[in-house]
Design a protein around this ligand. Structure first.
Ligand SMILES: Cc1ncc(COP(=O)(O)O)c(C=O)c1O
Length: 398
């Protein structure tokens, strides 16, 4: 049977692939340690769950406005004002099934076939596929380990053509853990304004920053850049709510209206129950967020220290999100059971088969020298994974 070129052009998500394989091994009784997943291991805070139970008890279980219930859109406006110094009207907010759907719709709303979208590398796996699904072409601008994985505005400028429509930013960054400093964002903002480009700013890891790093939303750098930026955020990572499916976009009224029109045919408003839970998350105590962040920080220091002690591996210290992103290219050419480790997929495969540790090969994010290890799992499990990995590395043949 025929399948469209459009869907055949999509690469399956490698992060979901690893996660599925690790979960399958666990089901078969293998004591696999899953450092592949991109979700907090914490439970959703109780007061948020209580708001959902209350919504069900009150019969708040019907269709809602496509863009979200007014209380939630207001709560999002208040959050953006409080945390980011950004002032929006509720009509500039769209609530979707996760940041993922916001971004998908945003690309659909602004791209024509043949357009280009600049994606900063290493990149979250879905950006390039979403760009392709909108008929456009992803143009990857890599960042460098030596620059702390912060984008170089000049390198972006070199890739701007008359077909460029969007610059896609993600800070704090998945997978590299970089947090873009204000001065880099200022230069990118100036570039976007000069070339009349959209900026899609994925700020989903905003709350997870360490070592005094400051999250800056590019939209807060002035009215010109605010007008052309879609700020994308959500509750998945900050409130341990990945399964509830809520993300939002804030930006230009016409863009939001266009995305609302699309969503009306795609999925309508998101779960009414989730929306009530999200009002509680955004307006209630933020202490659970701070608590989770402290624990992520403790794990971050453990994983970075242990990785850097392994010969052949260097791990820059991430300042945001919950991933370590070690350079494992020093292991390439070494042999494990006679098989040569010749790239990040071979290293990830070896760790999974020999060490029962699931990690995502960097090739999935556009750089084969790296590996992504999520520290959104228990401290003791990370310590055990590092013991296993250290002994595997020590046992490698020359
Ligand atoms: C950078 C980035 N953006 C967006 C998402 C998706 O978030 P949501 O659960 O809100 O769809 C993820 C999830 O892994 C992510 O890493």
């Amino acid at each position: 049977m025929h399948l469209s070129d459009r869907v055949r052009a999509i690469s399956p998500s490698p992060t979901v692939g690893i996660d599925t394989r690790a979960k399958e091994m666990a089901r078969q009784g293998v004591d696999v340690i899953n450092l592949g997943a991109g979700e907090p291991d914490f439970d959703t805070p109780e007061f948020i769950k209580e708001a959902a139970r209350q919504a069900i008890n009150e019969g708040f279980t019907k269709y809602t406005p496509v863009a979200g219930i007014p209380e939630l859109r207001r709560a999002i406006c208040e959050k953006l004002e409080r945390d980011n110094g950004l002032s929006y009207e509720p009509a500039q907010i769209l609530v979707s099934n996760g940041a993922k759907q916001v971004l998908y719709q945003a690309y659909q709303a602004v791209c024509e076939p043949g357009d280009e979208a600049i994606v900063i590398g290493p990149y979250w796996v879905s950006y390039t596929e979403m760009v392709k699904l909108a008929g456009a072409e992803p143009v990857v601008v890599p960042t460098r380990e030596e620059d702390g994985f912060v984008p170089d505005p000049d390198a972006i400028a070199e890739k701007v053509t008359p077909r460029t429509r969007v610059i896609n930013l993600n800070s704090p960054n998945n997978p590299a853990g970089s947090v873009y400093p204000r001065r880099a964002l200022e230069a990118i903002a100036e570039l976007a304004v000069r070339h009349d480009l959209w900026v899609f700013s994925d700020e989903i890891y905003e709350k997870l920053v360490y070592d005094g790093a400051e999250h800056v939303s590019i939209a807060s750098l002035g009215p010109e850049i605010k007008r052309r930026t879609l700020v994308v955020n959500g509750v998945s990572k900050a409130y341990a709510m990945t399964g509830w499916r809520m993300g939002y976009g804030a930006g230009d009224r016409d863009l939001i209206r266009a995305m609302d029109g699309l969503q009306g045919h795609l999925s309508h408003g998101i779960s009414s129950i989730t929306q009530r839970a999200c009002v509680a998350a955004l307006t209630g105590s933020q202490e659970p967020v701070a608590e989770m962040r402290r624990e992520f920080d403790r794990r971050r220091r453990l994983v970075v220290d242990r990785l850097n002690a392994m010969p052949g591996i260097t791990c820059p210290t991430p300042r945001g999100a919950f991933y370590a992103y070690p350079n494992v290219s020093g292991l390439f050419g070494r042999r494990a059971r006679g098989k040569v480790l010749d790239g990040s997929s071979a290293v990830a495969g070896w760790l999974l088969e020999e060490g029962r540790i699931a990690a995502v090969p960097g090739v999935a994010f556009g750089d084969d020298r790296f590996l992504r290890l999520s520290y959104a799992t228990a401290y003791e499990a990370i310590a055990e994974a590092m013991d296993r990995m250290a002994s595997l590395v020590a046992g490698l043949e020359r």
